[in-house]
Design a protein around this ligand. Structure first.
Ligand code: CA
Length: 224
């Protein structure tokens, strides 16, 4: 049976475009709601497999809708925003969305992201969420597949944060605050360097598999 995607979008042209691509290219079944305050009822009566949620909506905005949904459901949510700089703010609110897409988007990209989020939510449902990573907080050591990773304290803090939330995107700011709890100011480049070193060590231990992925324009996520 086709997976059901709920499109929450008040612009009819965009909604129609998404419907076409998700059905024809993605092979999904779609439902569309054009107001934020109708989402919860729709989800209760016709539970979807994933929600594509626009941020600016009549009735109730996407942030509130996301909060309401998360209070009663673990359905995967992809938030759609019109501004790329809005995404950092959304990440900071920790709404629990699974991914973010910025308008204008390519409909093919949306289909690919929907498939990726569905794949992730299925695999995290039936496997050990942190994959092959084992963290020993007392010894400050981390292993992958039984091999010690030889992490620095900063890399250790990063891995702990990322692996506790598989699939979630962390912005550089969030990672920075986790790395340096005293809020020492460091540059984005310093964050990238630490993440790069951590990725390299993990990749080496995992036989070339990329465990931490860069998410363009946003930050990083742990894929386990
Ligand atoms: Ca809108």
């Amino acid at each position: 049976m086709s997976k059901r995607i709920l499109i929450v979008e008040d612009e009819p042209k965009i909604a129609a475009l998404l419907e076409d691509y998700l059905r024809d290219i993605g092979g999904f079944a779609t439902q569309t709601v054009d107001r934020g305050d109708r989402v919860l009822n729709q989800i209760r009566s016709h539970p979807p497999d994933l929600v594509l949620l626009d941020l600016m909506l009549p009735g109730l905005d996407g942030i509130e809708v996301c909060k309401q949904l998360r209070a009663e459901s673990t359905v995967p949510i992809i938030m759609v925003t019109a501004r790329v700089d809005e995404i950092d703010r959304l990440l900071g609110l920790e709404l629990g969305a699974d991914d973010y897409i910025c308008k204008p988007f390519s409909p093919r990209e949306v289909v690919a992201r929907v498939k990726a989020v569905l794949r992730r939510s299925e695999s995290s449902a039936d496997s050990d969420e942190s994959g092959g990573v084992e963290i020993d907080e007392e010894k400050f050591s981390a292993r992958y597949g039984g091999n010690d990773l030889g992490l620095t304290p900063v890399e250790f803090a990063l891995l702990k944060m990322l692996s506790a939330n598989p699939g979630r995107v962390f912005s550089r700011d969030q990672l920075m605050n986790g790395m340096y709890p005293d809020y020492r100011v460091v540059s984005d480049r310093a964050v990238d360097t630490h993440v790069k070193n951590l990725r390299r060590k993990l990749q080496h231990a995992a036989g070339g598999k990329d465990i931490i992925r860069a998410v363009y324009g946003l930050g990083y996520r742990f894929e386990g």
